[in-house]
Design a protein around this ligand. Structure first.
Ligand code: PEP
Ligand code: MN
Length: 352
């Protein structure tokens, strides 16, 4: 990264960017009140740091070894002049501030009636953001794939319901983008674009979604190390989109024999990610455990670990849900989780 002098002129900054581009790299320009820092995006072996360091207005050219430098604390500290976490703003909701944010809704949107009822009930329970799957990633081609699989008209209709439910109950909305072909359509209707665990490694999809300039909820793949998780987040940041909400949703269970949970919730990811990056991280106890009887405890634990929020699947009649019925909780259960988590958050953050 190139650290500009405090009094560097716009012309000097443009010149440095030009030099970077000349070598086939891209430049991520971060202008802080403190100073401007330029992150190099691409194959750094193609540029000479000694050459860049000697350009007018440059204070220092520093080689950063981490594969996720644009989202690293070191980078933000350089241009902001202090170590500051990022708050991702979605309408009037702040993710990464002092209060935990609750994202709730059905696994899959099944009908307009189902969505509106769940939206109303999760809002009443205290949720801030409404989620609902339309293009569902499913393990079997023989199971319900979400309304998005029925055709583009049905997909657009479901997106409309989601958008309208958000307006009606005053919540930003989020749905998963499963493939590149869906990006433009979905971005017209939702406030947050979700990248599912299975697509964490799809760098083409990440690039395309990032370019929409909307906040992205980015889920960790169940087989990914934290380093991989953050390295792939960098593909989003490299497009100039830093409105990234990271999401821990469980990693593969270990050992032989029956696993008692769907995945293993890795709560260590929360403080580790917070030390490595300035991005907020939320936890999804629903997919991590796959069991409704564990959601309360794991939600409390996630907030105690410092998570900026939770993503929880909710249905008024869990047994009836077409997808992920076993992990669905009722709006009443959601309310007791939100109440408990708010109390835990006060203790953890020592805020009143
Ligand atoms: C989801 O949130 O609907 C989902 C499918 O989760 P994941 O990608 O974590 O499996
Ligand atoms: Mn689900």
């Amino acid at each position: 990264m190139i650290i500009m002098k405090k009094n560097a002129t716009p012309e000097q900054i443009r010149h440095v960017v030009g030099e970077i581009k000349k070598h086939g790299l891209r430049a991520d320009i971060s202008r802080g009140e403190f100073r401007t820092v330029i992150g190099l995006v691409g194959d750094e072996s193609k540029v000479s740091f000694t050459h860049l360091a000697a350009l007018p207005g440059v204070k220092e050219a520093r080689m950063v070894e981490t594969p996720y430098k644009l989202i690293s604390r070191e980078y933000s500290e350089l241009f902001q002049g202090e170590d500051k976490s990022k708050i991702v703003k979605v309408n009037d909701i702040e993710i990464g501030g002092n209060e935990p944010v609750f994202v709730a809704g059905p696994c899959a949107i099944e009908s307009k009636k189902q969505l509106l009822r769940i939206a109303e009930e999760v809002k009443r329970a205290g949720a801030h953001i409404l989620r609902g799957g339309i293009f569902k990633p499913r393990s079997s081609v023989h199971s319900f794939q979400g309304l998005g699989s029925l055709g583009s008209e049905e997909a657009e209709e479901a997106l409309n319901w989601l958008h309208d439910a958000g307006e009606r109950f005053g919540m930003p909305v989020m749905t998963e983008v499963r493939g590149e072909a869906q990006v433009d359509l979905i971005a017209e209707y939702v406030d947050i674009l979700q990248i599912g665990a299975r697509n964490m490694y799809d760098q083409d999809l990440l690039g395309k979604v990032a370019k929409k300039g909307k906040p992205i909820l980015f889920k960790r793949h169940f087989g990914a190390s934290i380093e991989e998780f953050l390295s792939f987040s960098e593909y989003i940041a490299a497009e100039g989109n830093k409105d990234i909400i990271l999401c821990e949703r469980g990693i593969v269970p270990i050992g032989k024999g029956k696993s008692h949970t769907r995945y293993t919730l890795d709560l260590t990811a929360v403080p580790v990610v917070q030390k490595e990056t300035y991005l907020p991280i939320v936890v999804d106890p629903s997919h991590a455990t796959g069991r409704r009887d564990l959601i309360f405890n794991m939600s409390c634990a996630a907030i105690a670990a410092g998570a900026s929020g939770l993503l929880i699947e909710v249905h008024y009649n869990p047994a009836e849900a077409l997808v992920d019925a076993e992990q669905m909780i009722t709006p009443e259960e959601l309310k007791s989780i939100i109440d408990a988590c708010k109390r835990i958050n006060k203790v953890v953050r020592n805020v009143n």
